[in-house]
Write a protein that binds this ligand. Structure first.
Ligand SMILES: Nc1ncnc2c1ncn2[C@@H]1O[C@H](COP(=O)(O)OP(=O)(O)OP(=O)(O)O)[C@@H](O)[C@H]1O
Length: 334
């Protein structure tokens, strides 16, 4: 049985349509008008225990709303959610123990308390015994270096410290399912790396993770499954690597040659590829479609023209593919 299951999940927000200016407000008072926004539109999603799922989509696609529905923070307009077979509202307390959530844009720490006390309050709310709590804190300290920020008051934390503390807060009760909504937003690279390492350790422990991020480096090497939402609807749900294999066709071979070769000669020898000079002398970039030719074939052709000193092949990231999906240039099979 899936640990997270959503069927026909729909959320429609209704907000007052007040028009503009005073006249608009008066008109609204006399005859109330509303506009509706379908933020999540009949989403079906099944996540098995232990899966790490990337949930991506452009701004306003409905990602955060889905996460809020899956946690029980919002009640669906239509459809239903089950967490380990339980209903997020009817079984609120049991579900709260099974899930952890981090909203990168918001904190669940108490602003006026040191981090240690905020975590202590959560320990009491979730009734985590002291030995287990100490063990969890030690683990958070290992990867997140939490120890140094435990005495710091919430409002004095830097963004990176705040995110590390919030991760601990989301996990202090040992949830089976964790939703991470933009967990690396605004972090510098060193903290991002540390936090990403922590995600991998969660996955390796068998915790189910659903990760929403605009930084696709968060999902590479971490999530096997990719779900793309656009305008409230799931437009793709499948294997991340196979998407890359099938749609990230472009490869770039960076090559350094022993002597200069005229660009025209290189271009004439590699029809279908795009050859450009790189910034340093004797270095070229060959951009080619890997379905049209292999990197080996490109290297063989180049080696007939000159001696090669060094070469490297760059693969495009999943980011390129997803950018093309967002722009409508690429439609992935569902
Ligand atoms: N409380 C609300 N009331 C009215 N509209 C809302 C509310 N929350 C979200 N929306 C609207 O629902 C749509 C989906 O919003 P949501 O925050 O889920 O998107 P998102 O994919 O998380 O976007 P982002 O990547 O920008 O955070 C947007 O058009 C948003 O303006």
């Amino acid at each position: 049985m899936p640990i997270v299951e959503a069927r026909g999940l729909t959320k429609v927000f209704r907000r007052p349509d007040k028009g503009t200016g005073l006249a608009g407000s008066v008109k609204h008072l006399l005859a109330r008008r509303y506009v509706e926004k379908v933020a999540v539109d009949h989403v079906d999603l099944s996540i098995e225990a232990g899966e790490a799922v990337a949930y991506v989509g452009p701004n306003g696609a409905g990602k955060s709303t889905t996460v809020k529905l899956l946690c029980g923070i919002l009640v669906p307009t239509e459809g239903e959610v089950r967490i380990d077979g339980l209903h997020p509202q009817r079984d609120r307390t049991t579900v709260a123990h099974r899930i952890g959530v981090l909203f990168g844009q918001r904190t669940q720490l108490w602003w006026d308390l040191p981090v240690a006390e905020s975590l202590g309050v959560l320990r009491d709310i979730y009734q985590v015994d002291h030995a287990t709590y100490r063990k969890r804190l030690a683990r958070f300290d290992d990867v997140l270096e939490l120890g140094e920020i435990l005495p710091v008051i919430g409002r004095k934390l830097s963004l990176g410290q705040r995110m590390r503390a919030d991760l601990a807060a989301a996990l202090v009760h040992g949830p089976q399912v964790v939703y991470l909504d933009e967990p690396t937003i605004g972090l510098d690279l060193a903290v991002k790396d540390r936090v990403r390492e922590f995600f991998r350790s969660l996955r390796d422990e068998g915790i189910t993770v659903m990760l929403t991020s605009h930084d696709l480096a968060d999902i590479e090497g971490f999530c096997r499954r990719l779900v793309i939402i656009d305008e409230g609807r799931i437009i793709f749900d499948g294997d991340l690597e196979s998407v890359k294999d099938s749609f990230a066709r472009e490869r770039i071979l960076h090559v350094e040659t022993a002597g200069p070769v005229p660009l025209e000669t290189l271009r004439a020898s590699l029809p279908g590829a795009e050859v450009t000079e790189e910034e340093s002398p004797l270095k070229y970039a060959v951009r080619f479609d890997r379905f049209a030719m292999t990197a080996g074939q490109v290297v063989t052709v180049l080696a007939t023209l000159t001696d090669l000193v060094d070469f490297r092949v760059d693969e495009p990231s999943i980011e390129d593919v997803i950018r093309r999906v967002y722009s409508g240039e690429l439609v992935l099979p569902r």
